[in-house]
Design a protein around this ligand. Structure first.
Ligand SMILES: NC(=O)c1ccc[n+]([C@@H]2O[C@H](COP(=O)([O-])OP(=O)(O)OC[C@H]3O[C@@H](n4cnc5c(N)ncnc54)[C@H](O)[C@@H]3O)[C@@H](O)[C@H]2O)c1
Length: 359
């Protein structure tokens, strides 16, 4: 087997199936999924048959004992990620893990420490970053063309019915760890901070109004960013028409995503320059833009490049930590009814445990 062909074990056959179909299978020269793991025998067999994956197991420990696996891709329910990441790192495997990576900032700091001490790395999944609209917006901002950030509005309007919550780990604080802020809007909030920079303070309200669950399914928040820009977040799982939308107003340009709920990073984004000069600078910045594949295909392609060159991973634990820090601040604000200032240090009451949301 070639040095740059990585052998993968996927653990968890829900979104794990999408990692295979939309990610690894799009890069057959770069990745081979050789093992599949799920405690649910029927699901395991169905997905293994669909993709002709030879090795099947119901035991995560057995995956770690397979000497020829380079990458363990963790797609299990949220409450298992922390321990499975630590186990895979100490078994010397590269790790891919679905969001959310951990249940608290204390846990994710332990993962960061474990990665530092390990020979391998952890790549969190944030596949929404891989879309040509958001990538172009990011380039315009990174090159300083956008100028001063003024304000952003960020919407996650999705729909989840009782059927979604038939899966027992969903909707429960103990196992899902959080509701829409942690599990659904986390993607677009990550895009927002990727483009607008970190938040300095947040004030949030959460509510459970759509389904009879323990965690929140509606949330609003007002953020003051470290840059001074203002951001408004709105998220619900009770929207009959599903959309995601990100609208960013900068000094020299306004950037607005398409409404596609599960790939808001994709083109077309509306890019409205403030002046002919800004228009010319944007055109120049994008003249040699090379399109990226969307979502998992894009993230796994960039992952392979980072693995083979040793370059920084396309999404890092620091990114996952920032995302969890924002969610933690939002939950703490909703629970206390007060604004929360970031960063959240280890002596903050929300550092060790995610406080229950005010549902
Ligand atoms: N990035 C995204 O867009 C996206 C989309 C969906 C889900 N997710 C995340 O992926 C994770 C899984 O969500 P899902 O929707 O696929 O859930 P799911 O319940 O549909 O699938 C999880 C699978 O893991 C299996 N499993 C449970 N315990 C296991 C264990 N110990 N070892 C092996 N397999 C085990 C279950 O049997 C199940 O088949 C969650 O953290 C969720 O937030 C991310």
């Amino acid at each position: 087997m070639r040095q740059d062909l990585f052998r993968v074990a996927v653990v968890g056959c829900g979104v794990g199936r999408n990692h295979i179909a939309q990610g690894y299978r799009k890069h057959p020269e770069e990745f081979r999924v050789v093992a599949l793991c799920d405690v649910d025998e029927a699901r395991l067999t169905a997905v293994a048959e669909e993709f002709s994956i030879p090795r099947r197991t119901r035991s995560f420990d057995e995956v770690l004992r397979m000497d020829d696996i380079d990458i363990v891709d963790i797609c299990t329910p949220a409450m298992l990620h922390f321990t499975q990441i630590l186990a895979a790192l100490s078994a010397g495997r590269e790790v891919v893990c679905e969001k959310p990576l951990a249940g608290s900032l204390a846990e994710i700091d332990r993962v960061l420490a474990a990665e530092k001490a390990a020979t391998c790395r952890v790549m969190p999944i944030f596949q929404y970053r891989f879309g040509n609209g958001v990538q172009k917006a990011q380039r315009i901002i990174e090159l300083g063309i956008a100028g001063k950030p003024y304000l952003a509005t960020v919407e996650t309007a999705w729909k989840r019915t009782a059927k979604y919550y038939e899966t027992p780990w969903r909707g429960r604080r103990e196992t899902e760890r959080g509701g829409i802020l942690l599990m659904h809007a986390i993607h677009i909030h990550d895009l927002m901070t990727w483009l607008m920079g970190p938040a300095a303070s947040v004030f949030a309200c959460t509510a459970t109004r759509v389904n009879p669950i323990e965690v929140e399914d509606c949330a609003v928040a007002s953020l003051v960013m470290r840059s001074g820009a203002l951001v408004s977040l709105a998220a619900t799982l009770g929207s009959q028409r599903e959309i995601s939308r990100l609208r960013l107003c900068f000094e020299h340009v306004t950037l607005e995503s398409a409404l596609t709920p599960y790939s808001p990073g994709d083109d077309p984004w509306e890019i409205v320059p403030a002046s002919p000069e800004a228009e010319a600078r944007i055109a120049e910045a994008l003249a040699d833009y090379r399109p990226v594949p969307s979502r998992f295909e894009g993230q796994f392609g960039a992952y392979h490049a980072a693995l083979t060159t040793g370059a920084a991973l396309p999404v890092t634990l620091v990114d996952a930590r920032s995302s969890l820090e924002l969610a933690t601040a939002l939950y703490h604000s909703a629970a206390t009814g007060a604004a929360v200032t970031l960063p959240i240090a280890s002596d903050h009451p929300a550092y060790n445990n995610r406080p229950p949301s005010k549902a």
